[in-house]
Design a protein around this ligand. Structure first.
Ligand code: ZN
Length: 349
């Protein structure tokens, strides 16, 4: 089936079912263990895929149902990150304090980390399938480097591990490989100095559509408080021209919650845009008309062939039914705007 105009997708994560993990948490505790946990995670992925298919999303993920947290769900599978030595660190441009793992030896990927999860999801959906991997700058920011003593060298070593992973995931049937780099919104000098080089290294030779997700974070109270007091979104003026020069094909950015003017997307060159037009805060889902209006605003600056309606960020910490409602609005708004573009009936994809 040919891809529809304005293919809908989500950033990556969905809430885990309450029977699998403590709900509405960024780092939930599993409620099962051992073989039962593995079985429960398989079941949760099936539910997540079915949900996305039923809602009508065009590009799906496994909802990151197996990952306790999007960063450590990857880094715990690598050699070099010691989670027995946690260090309190100021992260994300001094916005937050978090316990982070110590890196006291080289970062090495001895075996695949996300491959079995991809293979399971691939076997259970025919939709286009995306896998997300945390990016080098974000991982470095969320670690205590006691080995490299050079953030660029540390990040490039992480990028090598990500690249090996991404190549295998693409070869095993991932249609989209997305690198999650929220830190690209924060450390613009580092993005310019080595961030783009690290991103490009992640994606070198990856036989899939490639994307980078840059955001302000989950819709948690700490992030929402920061977003509400921030009124300077000028980093896009600098970030987008830098991303434009990278090899990445798609950029995923949030526009709903921060209310950023989509006119900045003109700076994204010919990249596809995963356009965050549904906020991921705990607030109720917005009316379809509000999201449709955002899509029309973006279409004034991005041609429809390059616009992918998307959520602002991951939905892991949200109540389950609320996340579903927000995705339903995303799809309904997209169908409405699609119909305007094609002259078809909004009920049809
Ligand atoms: Zn995000």
């Amino acid at each position: 089936m040919a891809a529809p105009l304005l293919p809908t997708t989500l950033v990556g994560s969905l809430p885990r079912p309450g029977w699998l993990a403590t709900p509405e948490s960024v780092r939930p505790d599993w409620r099962l263990e051992g073989a039962l946990l593995a079985e429960g995670q398989d079941d949760a992925v099936l539910v997540a895929l079915k949900l996305q298919e039923d809602l009508g999303l065009d590009i799906v993920t496994d909802g990151e149902q197996r990952r306790r947290h999007y960063i450590e769900g990857f880094t715990r599978g690598l050699e070099g990150f010691d989670y027995t030595i946690l260090v309190e660190k100021r992260t994300r441009g001094d916005r937050y304090t978090a316990p982070v793992p110590t890196v006291a030896q080289p970062v090495v990927r001895r075996q695949p980390v996300l491959l079995a999860a991809l293979q399971f999801a691939r076997a259970h959906t025919t939709r286009r399938l995306k896998v997300t991997i945390p990016g080098p700058m974000t991982i470095a920011d969320t670690s205590h480097d006691a080995y490299y003593h050079d953030e660029r060298a540390f990040a490039l070593a992480i990028a090598d591990a990500i690249n090996a992973e991404a190549r295998e995931l693409a070869a095993a049937g991932a249609d989209v490989i997305q690198i999650d780099e929220p830190c690209f919104n924060i450390y613009l000098d580092k993005v310019e100095a080595w961030g783009i080089a690290a991103l490009d290294r992640c994606l070198d030779g990856v036989a899939a559509t490639t994307a980078v997700h840059v955001c302000y974070g989950y819709g948690t109270p700490a992030v929402l408080a920061w977003k509400q007091q921030n009124c300077d979104w000028s980093q896009y003026q600098r970030l987008l021209p830098l991303l434009r020069a990278s090899r990445v094909q798609q950029v995923s950015l949030e526009f709903a919650a921060p209310g950023v003017d989509p006119a900045v997307l003109r700076l994204a060159g010919d990249k596809d845009v995963l356009y965050g037009c549904v906020d991921v805060s705990p607030a109720p889902a917005e009316p379809v008309a509000a999201v449709a209006a955002r899509l029309r605003a973006a279409l004034a600056h991005v041609p429809p062939e390059r616009l992918y309606p998307c959520t602002d960020c991951g939905m892991a910490p949200l109540p389950r039914r609320l996340a579903e409602a927000k995705l339903a609005v995303l799809v309904a708004a997209t169908r409405q705007v699609r119909a305007e573009l094609t002259g078809g009936a909004p009920g049809h994809a």
